[in-house]
Design a protein. Structure first.
Length: 204
């Protein structure tokens, strides 16, 4: 992703240009490890960063080489997963991901051959993986440059504050999507700035 080109383009939005001037985002390298990061995403749902990291570390430690190979995970009793701090539902979702990975050979898919919406449609077939999780995988695991998670609470809060939006519900999401159209094809970068900007303001 060409960050200079993205910043130049996003700066055409005067509101977002101010965010970019006041905010820095760290570089990151997409891992491409869809299966592993799906598991990590499920574990982290509704938990603090610290708690999620602790539980995920305990989860990985169950396995001989500290890696939850899908063929091993599908056969582990749910009770063993619950012993590391996972809820019954999360344990079930993790096993769903493992089974789907084996059935669809996720670790060997050529993700570059799939469009964003094709990946979303594929991953959301897994019970426990919704659109938001799929969008996070697209953004941070696969490094797709033009993802806009309109139902993300952080993005909603940032855009309400930045653009003084008063809409709610579906009307809010529609307005957000309209505003984001001017950011294409760099909406992933725009969102990363908005998340960072919101967090910095909240810490003041």
């Amino acid at each position: 992703m060409n960050s200079e080109a993205a910043i130049l383009h996003l700066g055409k939005d005067s509101f977002l240009a101010e965010v970019i001037q006041r905010t820095s985002i760290p570089p990151f390298a997409p891992s491409g490890k869809v299966y592993f990061e799906l598991l990590e995403s499920i574990v982290s749902q509704q938990l603090s960063v610290r708690a999620a990291a602790t539980i995920f570390s305990r989860f990985c430690a169950i396995f001989p080489d500290n890696y939850p190979h899908p063929e091993t995970l599908v056969s582990i009793p749910p009770e063993q997963l619950r012993n590391v701090g996972l809820s019954f539902q999360k344990a079930k979702y993790l096993k769903n991901v493992a089974a789907f990975t084996l059935d669809n050979d996720l670790d060997r898919l050529r993700w570059e051959d799939y469009s964003d919406i094709e990946i979303i449609n594929l991953l959301t077939k897994i019970k426990g993986v919704g659109r938001w999780t799929s969008e996070m995988i697209l953004m941070f695991t696969l490094g797709r440059p033009d993802i806009f998670p309109a139902d993300d609470l952080g993005i909603q809060q940032a855009m309400i504050r930045l653009y003084n939006l008063t809409d709610t519900g579906k009307t809010l999401q529609l307005r957000m999507r309209e505003l984001s159209e001017q950011w294409q094809p760099y909406r992933t970068t725009a969102c990363r700035y908005l998340w960072r900007w919101k967090d910095q303001r909240n810490s003041l």
